[in-house]
Ligand binder design. Structure first.
Ligand code: UD1
Ligand code: CA
Length: 498
C-alpha cells in the first residue's frame, strides 16, 4: 500500500499525473422495471453507457477507462466492447464505495481516478476537464462535482466548511439528512476526482452502517476530512449535465435533451432543420452545410449526409451515406444504403441494406431495392423490386419491373448492363443478364440472357378476336337476363343529436 512519502516522490517524478476514469455501471436500475440493464437503455440512438464512454475517451485514452460492470455484465461488456475500454467485474453490488474497492488493483498504478456514472450521459468532456484542473490546482484528496438543484430530494447533499469555501466536510445522503441539511440545494453529482493513493489508503474505513447496508463512496468525504485531507467541491453551472436515468421518464427526458442539443449543433454548423422538435436525429449522425431537413424526419445510427441535400418529411434514414445535392422525397425509408451525388429518391422508396444508388440516379415511388448497384443516371421510377442486381449506367427500368432473385432456396443475381431499356411490367428471372444497350419489351418474362443491342420479347403474342364482346352482349339481351343494375348509393340513416 502506498504511503505518503512515495506519494510525493511519484508526483515529483512525473510532471503530468497518470489519470484513469472509472465508470460505475454495475447497478440494476430497479425503478426502470426492465429486463435489460439500465446502462444499455438508449438515448440519442445509442446506449446510455456508450455516451459516457465516448466522453471519457475524450479526456483520457480508452485504455485508461475502466467500466465497472455487474448486473448483466456480459451483455454490457459485449455491447460496448468495440470502444477499447477495460472492464472490472463487481459481481455483487454492495454500493458505490464497494465498486471502487473492487477496482483497486486496476486503479492502483494511476495517480488520479475520475469517477463517472454509467447512467448519466449528458456530462461533457469540458466539465470533466474542469473537474480535473480544479483537483490539480487544489491538490485535494477528493474533488466533488456538485450542482444546485431546485428539487434536491433524493440526492446526497454537500456540506461545505463555509458558504463560500471550496472545502467540504462531508456528503450526507437523503435518508441520513436532518431537516436543515435537507434544505441544502447543492447536491453531489456522484462525479469525483480522487488522489488514488489517498483513496486506497482510506477506503478500508468505509462501513455499511447505513440504511442500505452498502459501502457509500460519499462517506469518503467525511473520512478524508477527519484525516485532515483536503476535500473540495466544484459546481457545474449546467445542472442538467449530471442528470441520471433512474426512471423511464428520466430516460425519455435525457433523450429529448440530447436530440435538441444535436439539432442545435447541426444548425450551428449550417443545416436547416424545420420544426426541429419533430425530428429525431441520433447523436452520431453527421450532416453537411446547406442541407435542409423537413419536419418529422428521422436520421439514425451512423448516417452521413452531405451538403445541399433535402430530406423531406416522414423519411427515415438509417446507417446510410448520402452524398451532396441529393433529394430524399417524403416517406422514404433507407437502411444501410449509399446514395450518390444529385440522386433523387422517393417519395415512398424503400432502400434496403446494400443498395448503392449512383450519381444522378432516380428511384421513385413504391420502388424497393436490396443489394443493388444502380449506375449513374439510371432510373427506376415506379412500382419496382430490384434485389441482388448489378445495374449499369443510363439504364431505364420500366414501371412494375421485378427481379425474381429467389427460387425458394437460393438468391441469384441479375446483371443489367449500361444503356439497357427494360419495358414496364417485366420480370427478370435470375440468374440472368441483359447485355449493353439491349431492349426488353414491356411485360416480358426474361429467363434467358439477352445479348447486347438485342430486343427480347418474353410474352405470348396478342390475339384479337374482332366483334367478340358485341356478340356476347347481344346474346345476353336475347335471353332477357336483366341488365346489371349499378349499385345505388343509400345514405346511412343516422340519428341527429342536437
Ligand atoms: C449516488 C450518491 C448520491 C448522489 C447520487 C447522484 C452514493 C451513496 N450516493 O446515489 O450522493 O447524489 O448518486 O446521482 O454514492 N453502482 C455500482 N455498484 C454498486 C452501486 C452502484 O456500479 O454497488 C452504480 C450504479 O449503477 C449507478 C451509480 O453507481 O450508475 C450510482 O448508484 P446509485 O445506487 O444510483 O446511487 P444513488 O442512490 O443515486
Ligand atoms: Ca442514481
Amino acid at each position: 500500500m502506498p504511503n505518503r512519502s512515495n506519494e510525493k516522490s511519484k508526483s515529483s517524478l512525473t510532471s503530468t499525473p497518470r489519470v484513469a476514469i472509472a465508470i460505475m455501471a454495475a447497478g440494476k436500475g430497479t425503478r426502470l422495471k426492465s429486463r435489460h440493464p439500465k446502462v444499455l437503455h438508449e438515448v440519442g440512438g445509442k446506449p446510455i453507457l456508450a455516451h459516457v464512454i465516448a466522453t471519457a475517451a475524450k479526456v483520457v485514452p480508452a485504455a485508461d477507462v475502466f467500466v465497472i460492470i455487474g448486473h448483466e455484465a456480459e451483455r454490457v461488456r459485449e455491447t460496448v466492447s468495440g470502444t477499447g475500454v477495460n472492464f472490472v467485474l463487481q459481481a455483487e453490488q454492495r454500493g458505490t464505495g464497494h465498486a471502487l474497492m473492487v477496482a483497486r488493483e486496476v486503479l492502483a498504478p494511476y495517480d488520479q481516478a475520475i469517477v463517472l456514472y454509467g447512467d448519466a450521459p449528458l456530462i461533457t468532456a469540458g466539465t470533466v476537464e474542469k473537474l480535473r484542473s480544479f483537483h490539480n490546482a487544489q491538490k485535494s484528496a477528493m474533488t466533488i462535482l456538485t450542482a444546485d438543484l431546485a428539487k434536491p430530494y433524493g440526492y446526497g447533499r454537500v456540506l461545505r466548511k463555509g458558504r463560500k469555501s471550496p472545502e467540504v466536510r462531508a456528503i450526507v445522503e437523503e435518508k441520513a439528512a436532518n431537516a436543515a441539511q435537507k434544505k441544502i440545494q447543492e447536491i453531489n453529482s456522484g462525479v469525483y476526482a480522487f488522489s488514488v493513493p489517498a483513496l486506497y489508503k482510506h477506503i478500508g474505513e468505509l462501513s455499511t452502517n447505513n440504511p442500505h447496508h452498502e459501502y457509500y463512496l460519499t462517506d469518503m468525504a467525511g473520512i478524508f476530512h477527519r484525516a485532515r485531507k483536503k476535500v473540495v467541491a466544484i459546481k457545474t453551472p449546467d445542472a442538467a449535465e449530471v442528470l441520471g436515468s433512474n426512471t423511464r421518464a428520466e430516460i425519455v427526458d435525457l433523450d429529448a435533451r440530447l436530440r435538441l442539443a444535436k439539432c442545435q449543433q447541426l444548425m450551428a454548423e449550417g443545416v436547416t432543420i424545420f420544426y426541429s422538435q419533430t425530428c429525431v436525429i441520433d447523436s452520431d449522425v453527421a450532416v453537411g452545410a446547406d442541407t435542409v431537413i423537413e419536419p418529422f424526419v428521422q436520421l439514425l445510427g451512423r448516417t452521413r449526409i452531405g451538403s445541399d441535400c433535402r430530406i423531406c418529411s416522414y423519411s427515415i434514414v438509417k446507417d446510410s451515406e448520402i452524398a451532396d445535392n441529393v433529394t430524399i422525397n417524403p416517406h422514404t425509408v433507407t437502411d444501410d444504403a449509399r446514395i450518390g451525388n444529385g440522386a433523387i429518391i422517393g417519395p415512398y422508396s424503400r432502400l434496403r441494406p446494400g443498395s448503392e444508388i449512383g450519381e444522378g440516379a432516380h428511384v421513385g415511388n413504391f420502388v424497393e431495392t436490396k443489394k443493388v448497384k444502380l449506375g449513374k443516371g439510371s432510373k427506376a421510377n415506379h412500382l419496382t423490386y430490384l434485389g441482388d442486381a448489378d445495374i449499369g449506367d443510363g439504364v431505364n427500368v420500366g414501371a412494375g419491373t421485378i427481379t425474381c432473385n429467389y427460387d425458394g432456396l437460393n438468391k441469384h443475381k441479375t446483371v443489367i448492363e449500361d444503356g439497357v431499356f427494360i419495358g414496364s411490367d417485366s420480370t427478370l428471372v435470375a440468374p440472368v443478364k441483359v447485355g449493353r444497350g439491349a431492349y426488353v419489351a414491356a411485360a416480358s418474362c426474361i429467363t434467358d440472357d439477352v445479348p447486347a443491342d438485342a430486343l427480347a420479347l418474353g410474352r405470348a403474342r396478342q390475339v384479337t378476336k374482332e366483334g367478340w364482346a358485341g356478340a356476347k352482349r347481344r346474346e345476353r339481351e336475347q335471353t332477357s337476363e336483366p341488365p346489371e343494375k349499378p349499385n345505388e348509393f343509400q345514405p346511412p340513416k343516422r340519428k341527429i343529436r342536437l
